[in-house]
Ligand binder design. Sequence first.
Ligand SMILES: N[C@@H](CCC[C@H](N)C(=O)O)C(=O)O
Length: 261
Amino acid sequence: MSIRFHKMQGLGNDFVVIDARNQAFFALLNFVVSVCDRRLGVGCDQFVLLEAPTLPGADVRVRFFNPDGSEAGACGNASRCVAALLGNAPVLQTAAGLLPSFVTPDGAIGVDMGAPKLDWRDVPLAGATDTLSLPLPGAPAACSMGNPHATFFDGVTDIERLGPLLEHDALFPERANIGFVERRSRDAIRLRVWERGAGLTPACGSGACAAVVNGVRKGLLARRCAVEMDGGSLFIEWREADGHVLMTGPATHVFEGMWPT
Ligand SMILES: N[C@@H](CCC[C@H](N)C(=O)O)C(=O)O
């Protein structure tokens, strides 16, 4: 037996997508870990599973798994890749809610990531710098985009050392994605994200959304902001009218293949 998969990428953040709506599949932990492995498997930053929707208004149910096997409530770039794969601007049912997708006139793929949860871990984080005794530039801001994000602004360079320590700090019982922002202006930033369960990736869509939300709340950024990451740029808008975060950028089908089960 073998199972069909699609390899997709958005700004170099790459995914293996399996559509379980048209073939029998059960997501077992060791299957996810093997497929994600870059030496022994296909290799990807996240494994994405498509299932039949269970909510009215949704076109497909989407689940996201990190290479360590943990399930994430949201994944911005994978959401855009699924929208590109399925076409016709599908509404995605995720653990973070129903996320409508859209295509811009120039062909970029967008997803309405919904409203961030702003009460997430705000108070305890104020003590993070002291608690951790790490060379951080100040307290981060945190929010949930359906998955947990803490964002540091300006002055962090040693991401590979600090990222894993912060991801696993006791401040974050569910662990967290850790973003490091360098500001260029109020509407343009450079961002690197140490992803929970995946490590440093070329781009993180939900991290870009969280960075803009957190920057606006700190009074540092405008609501419409270009976010440049190692793999390229996303455009993020934290819409004033309804508080939803819109994320727009490229999404590409790389190849498809069959995986033996
Ligand atoms: N690459 C993603 C985020 C994937 C999930 C994350 N590592 C988590 O565990 O929350 C994105 O583009 O948002």
